[in-house]
Design a protein around this ligand. Structure first.
Ligand SMILES: *[C@@H]1O[C@H](CO)[C@@H](O)[C@H](O)[C@H]1NC(C)=O
Ligand SMILES: *[C@@H]1O[C@H](CO)[C@@H](O)[C@H](O)[C@H]1NC(C)=O
Ligand SMILES: *[C@@H]1O[C@H](CO)[C@@H](O)[C@H](O)[C@H]1NC(C)=O
Ligand SMILES: *[C@@H]1O[C@H](CO)[C@@H](O)[C@H](O)[C@H]1NC(C)=O
Ligand SMILES: *[C@@H]1O[C@H](CO)[C@@H](O)[C@H](O)[C@H]1NC(C)=O
Ligand SMILES: *[C@@H]1O[C@H](CO)[C@@H](O)[C@H](O)[C@H]1NC(C)=O
Ligand SMILES: *[C@@H]1O[C@H](CO)[C@@H](O)[C@H](O)[C@H]1NC(C)=O
Length: 369
């Protein structure tokens, strides 16, 4: 028995690098055996088919599970009962959890006003994502940002085809916050100019409410109820007039703290964030981490055309003639099956389905046991 396991282990290790190498992008879609393209650009099954699964790079655009439909709700982060702290355990049931922790660790705020997202020298910080998606509507974030050079706090929406709307707080400037948006993974850098908004009091030691009012025709960014920036969809028409470069696809809501001031970052990123992180900072030494504090997130969904009582989510149906992904409501299940949940984690944190690996053995003619 031991020997068989040992043999199995050896075989897995010899074959995993092969699977590991299976990447996906716009010209190289995933194969049927590992149909889902993860948000990090790797093919697989199981959790690869959930949040962030890139439909246009997957085997079929419907290989990814549907994006769970929006539900208006407020989360107060003093209560973590609806947060799945281990994101890889999530099975796609957005009724069971409102948030998952993708990376890092949440620590209840010592003053009892929410939760800290933490950053350690040994990790890449913390990121949490909503289990449901929003397709227009408004989102209020009540938070305190981080205040250390090189440390960035972000509150964003992110779709599976990389439409994105941002609040970004580089730690060096706690009296300002940056706004930005991305269309299919491309930032509108020209529009970024002048997009830093003033905050009435230090963002790292005062809770403020940061709102996206994201509608089909415009995006408003608001701080404490005051509009600080507006982008009209009509202003985003490409120079050749062929498409609106405007975020229009269902998105998860994500919050993070991440290390921009580290040697592996580009110099521009380091400068933007206020320089290298000082890991001997007394705050870091006494707490063992840097942090921001998240008090609440209030989601208010826009009403969705075609939605019925049986609608479970949104799915993608390829591109339209302007290259804009087509999104439809669907009644299909958002959940992974029991067999898809049996995933094998490997060293670098990527997860591969045991079923997928066994089918590879079957394909290569190797008989187990
Ligand atoms: C897509 O991936 C393939 C295989 O890894 C690679 O050869 C190709 O250059 C990539 N294309 C793009 C657009 O990144
Ligand atoms: C998260 O869950 C996976 C799958 O059940 C498990 O292998 C892993 O050890 C867990 N990670 C943590 C940090 O608990
Ligand atoms: C999803 O989770 C809810 C709440 O925990 C539970 O009642 C429901 O049975 C689950 N659905 C499935 C299909 O597992
Ligand atoms: C950026 O947005 C501005 C309007 O805000 C628009 O004029 C410009 O074409 C956009 N640039 C890109 C690269 O999308
Ligand atoms: C959440 O947002 C909605 C829409 O803006 C608003 O009507 C509601 O009062 C907010 N709820 C809380 C608890 O702030
Ligand atoms: C969708 O359109 C984009 C932009 O034109 C293009 O890069 C991509 O290859 C298209 N994808 C599919 C699956 O047609
Ligand atoms: C979903 O189910 C409803 C009610 O059965 C039906 O009317 C609708 O056509 C279905 N929608 C889709 C996209 O399958």
């Amino acid at each position: 028995m031991m020997q068989n396991l040992y043999l199995l282990g050896g075989l897995l290790f010899s074959i995993l690098p092969l699977i590991n190498a299976q990447t996906c992008n716009s010209t190289s879609l995933c194969p049927s055996i590992a149909p889902c393209c993860s948000e990090y650009g790797y093919c697989g099954t199981g959790s690869y088919c959930l949040g962030g699964c890139e439909p246009l790079y997957s085997f079929k655009s419907t290989s990814c599970r549907p994006n769970p439909i929006c539900q208006s709700q407020e989360t107060n982060f003093n209560d973590l009962s609806r947060v799945q702290s281990n994101g890889t355990k999530f099975d796609g049931n957005a009724t069971a959890y409102d948030w998952v922790v993708n990376t890092g660790v949440l620590v209840p705020s010592p003053s009892g006003d929410g939760v800290r997202l933490t950053l350690r020298e040994s990790d890449q910080g913390t990121k949490i994502s909503s289990t449901r998606y929003i397709h227009y509507g408004s989102i209020d974030f009540v938070l305190e940002s981080s205040k250390w050079n090189g440390v960035v706090t972000a509150a964003i929406t992110m779709s599976d085809v990389k439409d994105e709307i941002d609040w970004e707080f580089p730690g060096a400037t706690t009296d300002k916050v940056q706004t930005n948006y991305w269309f299919l993974g491309v930032a509108n850098y020209s529009a970024t100019e002048g997009a830093a908004a003033d905050i009435s009091s230090d963002a790292s030691s005062n809770f403020h409410t940061y709102t996206f009012d994201w509608q089909e025709d415009y995006i408003n960014w608001l701080i404490d109820g005051q509009v600080v920036r507006t982008v009209l969809k009509t202003d985003t028409l490409s120079d050749d007039g062929s498409q609106f470069k405007y975020p229009s696809t269902p998105s998860r809501i994500q919050l993070s703290i991440w290390p921009a001031g580290i040697s592996s970052s580009a110099q521009g990123t380091i400068d933007w964030a206020g320089g290298m992180i000082d890991w001997s900072d007394p705050d870091y030494v006494s707490n063992g981490y840097f942090w921001n504090t998240l008090q609440s997130v209030n989601i208010s969904c826009a009403s969705e055309q075609g939605q019925s009582i049986t609608t479970t989510g949104w799915s993608y149906q390829g591109n339209d003639t302007q290259g804009i992904p087509i999104v439809d409501v669907t009644n299909a299940s958002t959940l992974l099956s029991a067999s898809e949940l049996k995933a094998v984690p490997i060293k670098n944190g990527q997860i591969f389905s045991l079923v997928g690996i066994l089918s590879l053995f079957a394909l290569s003619g190797i008989t187990l046991l």
